[in-house]
Design a protein around this ligand. Structure first.
Ligand code: AMP
Length: 445
């Protein structure tokens, strides 16, 4: 089978790495890929994965490439091409593609759409309202005492959410988005949600239009610095499983969130085939949904795919074909930890082109994989080419061992200005659980 993977981050490296292990994979392209992806070899025939110089947003270029190469399946990593309708375009042209279509991708691309859907179908979430005008928005925020989340409706590179602790902040946030247009068109409408307190967790479920198969738990670390300080980032590290949800809570989430979500999709004719990735708050009143994403998380994918025992290609095909229903996903027991190494200055401005040393020496280390994100090749060197550079991922039968192995890998890799958090999975090791986050409402995700 010939597969085209779209994207260039650590998520896509993990997808390519796992797909390359499939017995059915004969050829893999990645557009545009990165230096690590270009070094992957297929298990079936030893051929190298080929990176293609096409942007993930060049929809017609990607279609033409898939047609010319007769790709049997295209796998979409990032949210932008999904929101732009790449799945619809490929399907209209008779090409098999994995990911939600444009309508289904709205769960992520429009917060107002997602909230309306949740309100309509009884999915537990925050009290909220949507606005295009500042005046009524301010009145609603005032009715919540100013303690609220003000969210740009559209995709805003994960930055379109402003958390407000009082009326003045809420007014400023509303003006920022609706009046000063700080997120451009993505902020033409806003959603205001009441502020929810609790422990934050995110989940992944693989969907096939009818069934949704829940993944194990994981936890991301969004802030740039140890102790959940510093600016928000795309994610500085993850581990799986996370101790924040027990079996009873997972069963409750199946019943109160996934079941009505599936029924709602069916009632509205929304055909969701892909990953549903809800962000939840475990509140005193039970789990509530803060938002939905409609693709794999990054760096969640790195820990999930190093634990997945199934053939990923088979699962993605079942998701496309609507045949997931009878399957149970199989996971390796044990733990996986991913520590992100970033460029100095990230998530602010940073320099590129720093030579990365130590990668070769780690290639033969078992139970460890260095997933590349912002890297490229310069002659014989691999150099930094983005904010998040590498996701050093290790797996073992215990969380302390997986964590130690990941940090051991990190210590062996060097590039100028390299920055990483030293407390990935630390909260889990301390045995912390729901309600025990140091700051109510601001757990380390
Ligand atoms: P979102 O992209 O909607 O998940 O928002 C980004 C982050 O803002 C979340 O990961 C939470 O930490 C926080 N957040 C969003 N909505 C709320 C809310 N209603 N109450 C408290 N925190 C929130």
């Amino acid at each position: 089978m010939k597969i085209l993977v779209i994207g260039s981050g650590g998520r896509e490296h993990a997808l390519v790495w796992k797909l390359a292990q499939s017995a059915e994979a004969e050829k893999i392209w990645c557009a545009p890929g990165n230096a690590g992806i270009a070094m992957e070899r297929l298990g079936k025939n030893g051929s190298l994965v080929e990176c293609v110089k096409l942007s993930a947003e060049d929809l017609s270029g990607l279609l033409a490439f898939a047609q010319a190469g007769r790709a049997d399946l295209t796998v979409v990593g990032p949210d932008n091409p999904l929101a732009a309708g790449i799945v619809d375009l490929f399907q209209k042209n008779g090409r098999r593609i994995w990911g939600p279509n444009k309508r289904a991708a709205q769960f992520e691309a429009s917060k107002v759409f997602a909230q309306d859907f949740m309100d309509k179908h009884g999915i537990p979430t925050a009290r909220s309202a949507a606005f295009a005008e500042a005046k009524p928005a301010k009145a609603f925020a005032a009715s919540l005492g100013g303690r609220c989340a003000v969210k740009a409706d559209g995709l805003a590179l994960g930055k379109g959410v402003l958390i407000c602790s009082g009326p003045a902040e809420a007014v400023r946030a509303i003006d920022d988005i609706l009046v000063h247009k700080s997120f451009g068109e993505a902020g033409a409408r806003i959603l205001i949600q009441e502020f929810l307190e609790g422990t934050e967790v995110s989940l992944h479920a693989l969907c096939d239009g009818r069934a949704a198969k829940l993944f194990p738990t994981s936890q991301d670390h969004k802030r740039a610095l140890d102790g959940d300080r510093g600016l928000n980032t795309g994610g500085m590290g993850t581990y799986s499983p996370a101790p924040f949800l027990n079996e009873a809570q997972l069963a409750e989430i199946q019943k109160t969130i996934l079941k009505p979500w599936l029924e709602g999709c069916s009632a509205e004719g929304i055909d969701f085939r892909g990953i549903l990735y809800p962000g939840l708050m475990l509140t005193r009143g039970g789990p509530k949904v803060l938002e939905f994403n409609a693709r794999f998380g990054d760096p969640e994918t790195q820990v999930y795919l190093t634990r997945l025992a199934d053939d990923l290609l088979e699962l993605l095909e079942a998701s496309v074909d609507g045949t997931l229903g009878g399957r149970e996903l199989k996971w390796n027991p044990g733990y996986s930890v991913c520590v992100v190494m970033a460029s100095g200055g990230y998530p602010g401005s940073y320099e590129k082109g720093k030579v990365i040393r130590g990668l070769k020496e780690l290639e033969s280390t078992s139970h460890l994989k260095v997933f590349h994100a912002g890297t490229s090749r310069s002659g014989n060197d691999i150099v930094t080419n983005g904010g998040r550079v590498l996701g050093v991922t290790a797996w073992a039968d215990s969380l302390p061992r997986a964590r130690e192995a990941a940090y051991d890998g990190v210590r062996r890799i060097h590039f100028e200005g390299a920055h990483f958090r030293s407390d990935i999975a630390a909260q889990a090791l301390r045995g912390a659980g729901p309600g025990s986050s140091p700051q109510a409402g601001a757990p380390p995700t």
